[in-house]
Design a protein around this ligand. Structure first.
Ligand code: CO
Length: 208
């Protein structure tokens, strides 16, 4: 490999992926549309399924593994080989109808569970990993999960959707997560925000 192509490969490389927790900056800013679906990103999506199953989740958005891309994976069965694996790339949600309240949790806020009010039904348009268009009218658990994961792409967590009393209740939990994260940064176990943001910018420049 010549030096030029080696440098190009490094500029888009996706390193080891793992779950990040609040308030990692990837979770707090808007993800960008993907314009390049390369082998590195396809491999990352496979790893996102592995990470989701291992954490016993049913949905995982790219920002939750510190990837600044508008994509998420879902399997409502939560087990490999069961249910249906969905990959939604550059999703758009429309036609909200009805209202439903259901308890939610999030792999980025382990241990926090709260009732969240959302539209019962929505339509999602997106692209599959193969580049095929997806158009689904959603109801039930898949509607709930898609809306939760879509929020991650907007830099929002389910705790941003709570009524005042519940928001107050969860505020102490969020403060604890913040203290833990800042502690890890101060001990050098997690890079500082400047380094984390520079890495997000590098990945954005490579595929957005
Ligand atoms: Co979540």
């Amino acid at each position: 490999m010549n030096p030029a192509s080696h440098a190009a490969a490094d500029a888009s490389a996706i390193g080891h992926l793992s779950l990040v927790e609040y308030p990692h900056p990837a979770l707090l800013r808007r993800a960008r549309p993907v314009t390049r679906l390369d082998a590195g990103l396809q491999e990352a999506v496979e790893r996102m399924f592995d990470i989701m199953y291992e954490a016993q989740g049913i949905g995982l958005a790219a920002p939750q593994v510190a990837l600044p891309y508008r994509l998420f994976v879902v399997n409502c069965a939560g087990r490999r080989g069961d249910g249906e694996e969905h990959v939604f790339i550059n999703p758009v949600i429309s036609r909200p109808r009805g209202t439903a309240v259901q308890e939610e949790g999030c792999l980025s806020l382990p241990g926090v569970r709260m009732d969240v009010r959302r539209p019962q039904r929505v339509v999602v348009d997106a692209w599959s990993l193969a580049g095929d268009p997806i158009h689904l009218d959603l109801d039930g658990l898949l509607s709930r999960v898609v809306q939760h994961e879509f929020d991650h792409l907007e830099g929002r967590l389910f705790t941003d959707r709570l009524p005042d009393a519940a928001a107050l209740e969860v505020r102490r939990d969020l403060e604890t997560f913040r203290e833990v994260f800042l502690g890890k940064q101060s001990r050098g176990e997690v890079p500082g925000d400047e380094t984390l943001l520079a890495e997000l910018d590098r990945l954005t420049a490579a595929r957005c």
